[in-house]
Design a protein around this ligand. Structure first.
Ligand SMILES: N[C@@H](CCC(=O)N[C@@H](CS)C(=O)NCC(=O)O)C(=O)O
Length: 207
């Protein structure tokens, strides 16, 4: 199968880490959503990443759908999200907080970096950052025992933290969220995270 998208996207990275943890081999298509936009739209009509091209040619789009397919394929014993009940609801809440932080930090980064300077909207940036901070505080208040099984909340949260370190490090000053720092350190030390570590994010710069 082929994973489409670069690892500086936390959505691509959480799929890559999940594939590796579950023992799937894949080829990596590193086309850029910005630089290869027209070509990318041939793979996903929305022009976004990640996509996963299966061996029979079917194309899964959106990390939620890809991770759902992965969990279904490996079965309930190895799935990265619990099947049902309070455990599933808690896991989905944690994942929603992390993807919320990604989306809000991402929106603020797009506004600060990609949009031409004369058209930037400081109040919108402040609102997005406040929303990301709300998600971070809620995640930091949760229990993250470092001997817990590595499941989708762990994976997505670690990918979110690396993304924020790249796009808006001011949201994560050292010492503010010790539980999240431990979570990140545990994950980033693992081979599946090291193999997908994004050294930096590259956005087109607005004038
Ligand atoms: N809900 C989607 C979000 C994917 C997403 O936001 N991808 C970003 C990269 S992190 C992207 O493709 N951005 C380019 C764009 O939206 O034009 C998922 O979970 O896959």
């Amino acid at each position: 199968m082929i994973l489409v998208g670069q690892y500086d996207s936390p959505y691509v990275r959480r799929v890559a880490v999940s594939l590796r943890l579950l023992g799937f081999a894949y080829r990596h298509d590193t086309r850029s959503v910005f630089g290869d936009f027209d070509s990318m739209r041939q793979t996903n009509p929305v022009g976004r990443i990640p996509s996963l091209v299966l061996d029979d040619g079917e194309v899964l789009i959106d990390s939620v759908a890809i991770l759902d397919w992965l969990d279904e394929t490996v079965g309930p014993e190895r799935a990265l999200l619990p099947q049902s009940g309070p455990a599933r609801r808690r896991a989905l809440r944690l994942v929603a907080l992390s993807t919320g932080a990604i989306d809000k930090a991402g929106a603020s980064a797009y506004e600060r970096i990609i949009r031409p300077a004369a058209r930037r909207w400081p109040e919108w940036i402040a609102r997005c950052r406040q929303q990301a901070e709300g998600a971070l505080a809620a995640l930091a208040a949760e229990s993250w025992p470092t001997d817990a099984a590595l499941d989708q909340p762990w994976i997505t949260t670690a990918c979110m933290i690396r993304y924020l370190q790249m796009t808006d490090p001011g949201l994560l000053p050292r010492g503010r969220y010790p539980t999240l720092e431990s979570l990140s350190e545990r994950c980033e030390a693992l081979p599946e995270f090291q193999a997908t570590y994004p050294p930096d994010v590259v956005y087109p710069q607005g004038e």
